[in-house]
Structure formats: structure tokens, C-alpha cells
Design a protein around this ligand. Structure first.
Ligand code: F9T
Length: 257
């Protein structure tokens, strides 16, 4: 048993730029020999993703647009993927969104629309994508999503995204239960704060980074590469006995939070 992903194909959803955690995951999977399929929300992301992919060694990547708020779009994307490659061996779901003006202040002020938007994109999209990917994962495989401590404990300003992540975390367990009989494992990585495009949308982000450097057991923030390697573990045979799990790749901060 080894960790090689030679001869396997993985879908990575949510690369926005070189600082994306999704890009860290793509690099780790590529290093292990995987062929990659990238999906992006709208064509404005196609060029940055293609440019990043051109820096990779190994098999040519494939690219598909996929708006995860549109069920028909999801079905069409995975039908096209099945048409083009036949089988995929895993999927990294690195997609989330909440209205910026609800990622600061008090959670009690969250609007109904803001709540539904955050849950639609940041939680339900995993269930919709898992359902569409299931028939293409005929060899079994691993689905990984990204979550955050703010879904387990109160983290100032994270607000409605915390409630959406709590929903995502529960979905990981229910999906793991449904898909295990098809040899499909479903896990989450609870990543520590990393300075990404998404992180820019959160109030007082710098304060939490300082707190990590002062109090996390490893006394430093984690990197996209470290989260990428955790995703590689969860999508390789090395984690074949692990499903429905949330692995914290956060310098240990969750044990002192
Ligand atoms: C106060 C908490 C600080 C640590 C937050 C770590 C973190 C950083 C980024 C995360 O991912 C998102 C993704 C989208 C998101 O919604 C956004 C992002 C930018 C603009 C916008 O309008 N919404 C907020 C966070 C995330 O779930 C968690």
C-alpha cells in the first residue's frame, strides 16, 4: 500500500488564484502523480486557473465551468467529466461564500437571504456535488471539503459562515454514511487561517493570525501546502480506513481555543 496517485484522476473545485487552498491541494495531488480536473464558478476564473495549471508537471489538466448554485449546471459538468475521462477517484470541494457585510458585527443581525446564501453555496453545494460525482466514482475514492473551527466554537466575526460550516460538518458525516457502501469516503479538513482572497472578506482577520502565532501549539499559521498534503492523505489509500472525519490542519489551535 502506498500513497501514489499515478493513473488516477481528481476534481479540484474552487481554485481562484495561487494563494487558494484549492491550489495547494492541486499541487499536492499533482506531485503524487494525479491527473487533475479543475472546475471554476465563472469564465473569469478560467484563465488564472489554466495559467496556474500550466506550471504543473505530469498529465494535462482538464477544465470545466461549474456554478454550484445551479443543479442543472452541476449535472452537466459531471456528465461532461464522465464523458471525457470515464472515472474520477476523488474530489476536493473548496467552495464557500457569505455576504461580506455579514462577516463582521453580530450574528444576531444576519438576514434570511444572507443565511440562505451562505448555506446554499458553503454547505448544500457539497451534497449536490457528491450526488453528481457518485456515478463517476465507480472505483470508489475520496471526497474532501474545507471547514473551519468557527463552525464548532464561536469565532468573532465569522458569524453566519460558522453556522454554514456546522451544517457542512454534519453533511460530511451523513454523506460518509450514505456513500461508504460505494467505497466512497467523505472527510473534511478544518484548516487554520491562511491569507487567501476569501479571508479578505472577514472582519479583523489579522487579529486571529496574531492569536495563532501567540497561542497555537506550533506557534505559527499553517500553509496551503500543509493543507494540500492533508488532502493528499485523505484522497489516497493511506486513509482508506477514515471516513466521516474532520481533521484539523491548524497548528493544533483547536485544542487550546
Ligand atoms: C474571524 C475568522 C478568521 C479566520 C477565518 C478563516 C477562514 C478564512 C476563509 C474562509 O473561507 C471563506 C470563503 C468565503 C467567504 O465569504 C466571502 C469572502 C470574500 C468576500 C465575500 O463577500 N464573502 C468567507 C470565508 C473560511 O471559511 C475561514
Amino acid at each position: 500500500m502506498n500513497g501514489s496517485l499515478e493513473g488516477r484522476t481528481y476534481v479540484v473545485m474552487g481554485v481562484a488564484n495561487k494563494r487558494s487552498i484549492a491550489w495547494g491541494i492541486a499541487q499536492s495531488l499533482n506531485k503524487a502523480g494525479a491527473r487533475l480536473i479543475f472546475t471554476y464558478a465563472s469564465e473569469r476564473f478560467e484563465k488564472p486557473v489554466r495559467d496556474l495549471s500550466n506550471t504543473l508537471e505530469g498529465p494535462e489538466s482538464l477544465f470545466y465551468e461549474c456554478d454550484v448554485t445551479d443543479d442543472e449546471a452541476i449535472n452537466q459538468t459531471f456528465a461532461a467529466i464522465q464523458q471525457d475521462v470515464g472515472v474520477i477517484h476523488g474530489l476536493a470541494h473548496c467552495i464557500a461564500f457569505a455576504n461580506r457585510d455579514e462577516l463582521k458585527g453580530e450574528y444576531v443581525d444576519t438576514s434570511r437571504d444572507g443565511f440562505l446564501t451562505a448555506h446554499n453555496i458553503s454547505s448544500y453545494s457539497l451534497t449536490a456535488v457528491a450526488r453528481a460525482a457518485k456515478p463517476v466514482m465507480s472505483d470508489g475514492g475520496g471526497i474532501v471539503t474545507l471547514t473551519y473551527l468557527g463552525g464548532e466554537k464561536v469565532v468573532e466575526n465569522y458569524n453566519v459562515m460558522g453556522i454554514a460550516k456546522a451544517s457542512l460538518d454534519a453533511s460530511v458525516k451523513y454523506l460518509a454514511n450514505d456513500l461508504g457502501k460505494h467505497q466512497i469516503r467523505v472527510n473534511a479538513i478544518s484548516a487554520g487561517p491562511i491569507r487567501t482572497l476569501s479571508a479578505k472578506g472577514i472582519g479583523d482577520f489579522n487579529k486571529i493570525l496574531t492569536e495563532i502565532e501567540e497561542r497555537a501549539p506550533l506557534r505559527r499559521a499553517v500553509t496551503q501546502e500543509e493543507v494540500g498534503d492533508t488532502a493528499f492523505f485523505l484522497m489516497s489509500d493511506l486513509s482508506r480506513g477514515v471516513t466521516g472525519e474532520i481533521i484539523h490542519c491548524d497548528s493544533g489551535y483547536n485544542i487550546v481555543g
